[in-house]
Every structure is written in structure tokens, then in C-alpha cells.
Design a protein around this ligand. Sequence first.
Ligand SMILES: NC(=O)c1ccc[n+]([C@@H]2O[C@H](COP(=O)([O-])OP(=O)(O)OC[C@H]3O[C@@H](n4cnc5c(N)ncnc54)[C@H](O)[C@@H]3O)[C@@H](O)[C@H]2O)c1
Length: 384
Amino acid sequence: MTRETTVRIAMNGVTGRMGHRQHLLRSILALREQGGLALGDGTVLWPEPILLGRREHALREIAERHGLEHISTDLDAVLADPSVDIYFDAQVTAAREEAIRKAIAAGKHIYTEKPTATGLDGALELARLAREKGVRHGVVQDKLFLPGLRKLKRLVDGGFFGRILSVRGEFGYWVFEGDWQDAQRPSWNYRAQDGGGIVVDMFPHWEYVLHELFGRVTSVQALTATHIPRRWDEHGKPYDATADDAAYGVFELDGGVIAQINSSWAVRVNRDELVEFQVDGTEGSAVAGLRNCRVQHRGTTPKPVWNPDIPATEPFREQWQEVPDNGEFDNGFKAQWELFLRHVYADAPYRWDLLAGARGVQLAELGLRSAAEGRRIAVPEITL
Ligand SMILES: NC(=O)c1ccc[n+]([C@@H]2O[C@H](COP(=O)([O-])OP(=O)(O)OC[C@H]3O[C@@H](n4cnc5c(N)ncnc54)[C@H](O)[C@@H]3O)[C@@H](O)[C@H]2O)c1
């Protein structure tokens, strides 16, 4: 016999890009479409979102479109409701810390987008408060659940690479300035005073990707730039882009791997995917993107000889082999929501918590300091 347990989740920021598409539609509503989340002991969790935000009409419109009942513009009132179990945050980064602090004080379990706070002190404080209150907590680390990176992790775990030497990542695409064609990202991303910047946005991702696949980041050296200093916002008004829109980073990892990742919103894509990581090891190499992963083994490695006088002698890109899926990959955001819900309701282990989130904030903070001071900076291990 199955028992249905309703899980009331306050979802803040569901009118935004991430909150709406990835978390509400592709995760929570997708879970409802599949009949809820079966815990395996006869319990089925039925997620009941409460759409929380500042603009009532926008929330109402989303609720009506998806047949949902509950909306609110009053965070305090929702947090005071004892039937609400979980607080989820996908607001703009600058608004997150205060809201999560309140939610912890109200005894809610926390699930949140990254970065968890605007500075390391605040991020650590949230982790401490959550631990003291005894609530469960999780931070979105979606890239780990993407097919390309899961295949890459499988190769690492299977010993494919031998000794891993280096990782080079290339992330980015052209974000339109907003005058001639609309910008495809929100304008706050380009204003430092509003919590924007590519380091703050992307270094938290690089922290957990590097850490989980290759080793903890032990030092960072970054050079940042604001390549496009003037942009046009959602209302067509010009503004000064005060935040970094490109970051060129070098990271040393525990165990000796060297990683180098370019992140840019001012680059045109000449890659198969919007992010790609090449991993070189003594026994083989791989190139992984969001979906795909290709490998070249030591035994099939060509032997090019440098000679600029003749055209390329080999079709280098064709010499790689596709790694098969060998399984089904669900949407990465939904996969992580399921693990978090199992953590809260079935006591399943879960390590992507507010302390892990704080490591991402730390790397962003130290990356920016490295760029400002023009030097390599050690990344100390943080604990609570
Ligand atoms: N995991 C990922 O891959 C990923 C990708 C992009 C963004 N993010 C994170 O998700 C969060 C939201 O990013 P987004 O791209 O969805 O942003 P967005 O601008 O599209 O959405 C922001 C949301 O916050 C709300 N909000 C609350 N207070 C606000 C304020 N003072 N000003 C403006 N909006 C306010 C907005 O109404 C909206 O619902 C950010 O913290 C970002 O770092 C994560």
C-alpha cells in the first residue's frame, strides 16, 4: 500500500530564468507529472509548491498556467506557516542570504541556488546556523548531474586516465549587449553592485566540478576583464557594466592536477558545447561537455610532428571515440532535487550542502582577490 505525503515547498524566485524553467517546470512539476517521488518504503512524496515572490500578478499568471493553488508575496507569513517544510531560493544572488537566514530561523529545510551568499563569511554563517538549527540543507550543483560530466566521472573512477595531469575548461558564449539584439541574460549579471560578475557566477560551479572529479582546489590565480563596458538593460536603457564578464583562471588541485578554465560572456562559440573540459592523463584523454564525452586512449594517440610548411596531416578531431551513455540521464536539476528530498524524508546521505556551497563562494572571493592583487592565492580548506 502506498502512502502519499505532501511536501510543501516555498519556492522563491520562480519568475526568474532558473527558478521557473529548471526548478519549477523541469524539477518540481516534472516530479508531479511522474506521480510524485517514491521513496521505496511505500511512501510517495507529493511536492506542493508555494510560489513566492515580489510581483503578485506574475506569480498568479504562473500558478494559473500550471494549475497551482498557492502564491504569496509575504516571505515572513509563508515561513511562519508550520505546514511549509522546505524553503527554496532562486532569487537574484544579492537577495538570498537574508531570506535563507530567516528560513533557517523558522526551522525550514533549505534548498538553494548558488552562490549561497555574496561573501565567504555570510556563506559559512548560513552553514553554521543550519547545523545549529538541525535543518537539512542542500545547494544546487547541477553540473555534476549532467550526462557529459557523469561520463567523465565514470572514466575517472574507472582509472581510464592513469595519472591525471591537467584539465582545461572552456566556457562561454556571446551575450548580446542589448541594443541591437536583446541580451539573453538578466542585466544584474553585469553590475557588480547587484551581485553580478562571471567569477561570482561560474567559480562556484568550477569549485565543485574540480573538487568532485579531480581534487580540492588548493590555489587560484585569475585574471578578469570587463570586455564590454556598456550594455542595455531589459527596458532598453544603457548602463555601465561594472562587473567582470570574462575570467581566465588557473587552479592547482589537491593531488597535483593543474586546471585552467576560461569563462567568458564575450566569446563566440567554436566548440561542440557551451562548456567543454579536456582532461589529459598518462593513459588517455577525454573531452566532456554537458551531454557528450569523447576519449582518446594512449594506444590510439597520433604522433604529429610540428611542421608549419605542410597542411595538417591528420583529422585530429575525428580520432576520438564517443563514450556511450550506458544508462538513462534525467534532467540534472531534477536528479538533484530527488536526492535532496530523499535526504530530508528518507535520511539518504547528501554532501552538496551549505558548507559545500560555501567552498564555491570562497573560490569566487579568492579568485576576485587574486585578480585585484595580481597574484596566486592559496585556498585554505574550510570547516565549520
Ligand atoms: N545553477 C545554475 O546553473 C545557474 C544558472 C544561472 C543562474 N543561477 C543562479 O540562480 C539565481 C537566479 O538567476 P537567474 O538567472 O534565474 O536570474 P533572474 O534575474 O532571471 O531571476 C531572479 C529572480 O529573483 C527575483 N528577485 C528577488 N529580488 C530581486 C531583486 N531585488 N531584483 C531583481 N530580481 C529579484 C526575481 O523576481 C526573479 O524571480 C542566481 O543566484 C544565479 O547565480 C544558477
